[in-house]
Design a protein around this ligand. Structure first.
Ligand code: 9D3
Length: 258
């Protein structure tokens, strides 16, 4: 898979892209990752990438031309091949494991990182095919979000994780995630008066498995109830004019309508 990142801070990615699972994916040649800096697409003496917002107000807005031209340098003018171009922004849909899986199936992806107060709306209209947020908290830019997305996607590429790491693909939670995990212990069996649960020392594999499942389910229920299997709707809820479920995700989701 090829991923290009449009960012004013390419240095942000240098160490993470050489480290850990992502670094291995790059080293193994399973992922090729590039950075393009919109500043290189400015034409004025000061290489200006931002400007005051029309209508006034605090903060600066990233100008459209450097961003649009940086993206077009990757996908061609007007993105005729409809390469998926993801804008990371607080206004996006929440990033999920399902999206990570969809992205991992793409041959190519462009990720645009915003900054400052925001970006000129015409960047969205001209080149962005999907807008994603990583959660409801304020970052100072899209770069840390891009690292989270990259990590979640690249670890799913075939061959990136070893058998042991990828054994967690069986799912029983919503969104293909497995709910929360049970607790784990390693030696020593007693530490500062705290004992490892007896069952884990028993060597009884069926009972250990049952304990782990029960503990995982209990943690999910108490800490993240929204991840636990929802109660089935009652007959009246089913007929109460609820909206239809969203259609199954399609690679076309990552292109742009129209
Ligand atoms: C003026 C109101 N803010 C929007 C809610 C402005 C603003 C805050 C933070 C504009 C840009 C940013 C920078 N954040 C991102 O670019 C970002 C982000 C985030 O802040 N939280 C969660 N996911 C993401 S993805 C990109």
């Amino acid at each position: 898979m090829r991923v290009d990142i449009v960012t004013l801070f390419p240095e942000f990615f240098s160490v993470p892209l050489c480290t850990g699972v992502v670094g291995r994916a790059v080293q193994q040649g399973r992922a090729r990752i590039g950075c393009v800096n919109p500043r290189d697409f400015t034409t004025d003496r000061h290489r200006t990438v931002d400007d005051y917002p029309y209508g006034g107000g605090p903060g600066m807005v990233l100008k459209a031309p450097p961003l649009v031209e940086a993206v077009e340098s990757l996908v061609g003018p007007g993105n005729p091949g409809q390469v998926p171009v993801v804008l990371l922004s607080p206004q996006g849909e929440r990033f999920t494991q399902t999206m990570a899986r969809e992205m991992a199936a793409l041959p190519r992806l462009v990720i645009v990182c915003g900054r400052y107060k925001g970006i000129d709306e015409r960047v969205r209209e001209l080149v962005v095919t999907r807008e994603i947020s990583v959660g409801d908290y304020v970052l100072s830019g899209g770069e840390p979000a891009a690292l989270a997305v990259l990590d979640a996607v690249l670890r799913l590429l075939p061959g990136v994780l070893g058998d042991e790491e990828s054994a967690e693909t069986d799912s029983f939670g919503i969104d293909g995630t497995s709910g929360l995990d049970c607790g784990y212990y390693t030696r020593p069996a007693a530490y500062r008066g705290l004992q490892v649960p007896e069952v884990l020392l028993s060597g009884h594999h069926a009972r250990i498995e049952a304990w782990r499942r029960a503990e995982a389910a209990e943690r999910t229920r108490t800490r993240r109830p929204e991840l636990a299997a929802p109660e089935p709707p009652t007959a009246s809820q089913q007929t109460a004019g609820n909206p239809p479920p969203p259609p199954d995700s399609d690679p076309a989701t990552w292109r742009k309508a129209g």
